[in-house]
Every structure is written in C-alpha cells, then in structure tokens.
Design a protein around this ligand. Sequence first.
Ligand code: PEP
Ligand code: MN
Length: 354
Amino acid sequence: MESIFDHDRHPIIISGPCSAESEEQLYDTAKELIGSCSISAFRAGIWKPRTRPNSFEGRGAIALPWMQRIKEEFKVPITVEVANAQHVEHALKHDVDILWIGARTTVNPFSVQEIADALKGTKVPVMIKNPMFPDLSLWIGAIERIYQAGTYKIAAIHRGFTAHKDAPFRNIPKWEIPIELQRLFPDLDIICDPSHIAGNRQLIKSVSQFALDLSFRGLMIESHIHPETALSDAKQQVVPSDLKTILASLKHKRSPLRNGELLMIEQLRSSIDDIDMQLIDIIYERLQLIKEVGRIKSKSDLPVLQLKRWKKILETRTAIGAEKGLSTEFVKDLLELIHKESVRVQIEDESIYT
Ligand code: PEP
Ligand code: MN
C-alpha cells in the first residue's frame, strides 16, 4: 500500500461541500476555502446516495467540469465519490485526481468489485469509507478488491457506523475498529471524517481532535459557503472561516516520542504488562470456580443461568466500580463479557452460545 498524500503534510485536510449544487456554490466555496485553509484535496459529492428517494441526488456528470475548473484555477487535487463503473469512467474523463467509495457502497462487494474492475490499468488513488455497519472484514474486503485491481495508492476513511436516533453522534465512531484496521495495516493512511460522525457542526472540533490524538493521518471535513441552505447534510457543514478556526485550534501530536518520555512510558508500560498478567490469572481462576459450580448444577439438574445471582453480581460490582470512579457502562460491559464466558463454559455444547 502506498500513501496518496505528500509525506510532509500532517494532518492531511480534505474539504469541500457535501454536494456540488451549482457552479457558483462550488466555486465560491473553493475560493473561500483555499484562501483560508491549506487543503490537500477539494471534495464534492456529484452523485449522492440518499437514504430516501425524491431528495437531492446530486447534479451528476454535469458537475464534473465545475470541479475541473476548480482544479485548474486553484491548483488543488479534486476528489469525488463513485458508486459504479460509469461514475469511474465519467470522473476519469474529467481528470478527477482521487476517487472515494462511500459507506453505502462499501457494504456491497458486487459494487466494490465493479468499481475495482473499472479501475484496472488506471492507477488513480482511491479512498475507501468504512461500511455503514461495524464489520471490519467488509471494510478490509473492499480495500483488498481495490488493491487487487492494481490500485496501490489507497487510504481508508473512518466515518462512523449507523447509530440509534437518540445517540449523540449521527454515526457512532467505534474507534476500536479503525484502530484494529491500523494494527493490521500499519502502512495504510486512515483519515477521519468528523462531519459524518458528528452530524452537527458543534461536535466536529472535538471529534477531529480525538482523531489526531489517535494518530489518524488526516481529516475530511465538509465545508459550504452557505451551510444553512445546503441541499444535503446542512447541519454538519461549516463555513470555510469556521473550518480555519477549527483547524487552528487542533493540537497536533508529535511522534516519535523523545527519549525521556519514552523511558517514563516504558516504565509505566512494564507495570501495565504485570497487571495484565495478573488479570488473566484472576480470570482463569474465576473460570475454574465457575466450572466447579457448573458441575454441581449439572449433577443437581439446576439451570445454568441463575438470573437472581446475575442481577446481584451486576448491581454490586457496578456499585463498587462507581465508588472507584469507573464508569458503570464500562464495568457492565466487562461483566457481561465475563458472564457470557462463564455461561458458555457451563453448557455442554459450547458452540451454541455465541
Ligand atoms: C459524503 O461524504 O458526503 C457521504 C455521502 O458520505 P458517507 O458515504 O460517509 O455517508
Ligand atoms: Mn455528506
């Protein structure tokens, strides 16, 4: 895998409107944006995948010359979303520098393969958004399909995963998924899209900062000259001057660490390693006791799941955790995981309980 972007720039900033709505809107946005922020690519949706029909579905191929004009006039690479072979063909005809595959397309291996086939022999860089739902294999599968088509300049975009209506985010970040992707593919650039994670302007700054704290390679942030009147994603787009303020406020993380810091961190890490060993020993011992209880239950024809006991475990442990300042949700998740394994080891056919 190769990097799409210039090595000296950190973080990479990709910005532009959610959708190309008119030549004027696109041009005015680009002018303001490029005048105030240093961006590595200008984005706009030309074909918009909308959840419901009869909403604005993008201007289509007629917007591509508008993008080309921006590329030529402002000397900035341009990027658009593609969802099928025809989109790829149109985009390449109009000198689009980077393509991206949207979250609704990444879920569908047929569509990703169609795009991969259309890309063969082109070498145009591709950014691949995570699928709508938290399935890391599907994300990796899409990356592999594009790679196998001979496209080695690839980046991943983390835009979060479908959330419940009342969640604070439009799309839940589930940071552990891009972190695992980075662990598996250390050379892959991962770019965070705080606009689609947040779904509102207010949260963009904190999501962006968090992504930089996790060493993401860059940010894709939607900007619009008049966000309130935007035909798609109006609540989450920012005016270019606000983007400038957001970017100026972000603290960039240095890496690698300096020697003294490294030493202190190494000492702490060694203590953490010891604690992890103890944790595993303790969990092992707990499971041995559970198995003993399981044998007695089985001999006495008692059901494995004892709801009253489980309720009590949850109540007492979360209360003790809370006294120590541990979040109730975290202790509950941890106990649920341990309990699940405890039930599993007590049943005869362990494969049933997943
Ligand atoms: C977009 O970038 O405007 C878009 C449609 O994003 P996603 O595929 O992440 O929903
Ligand atoms: Mn959008």
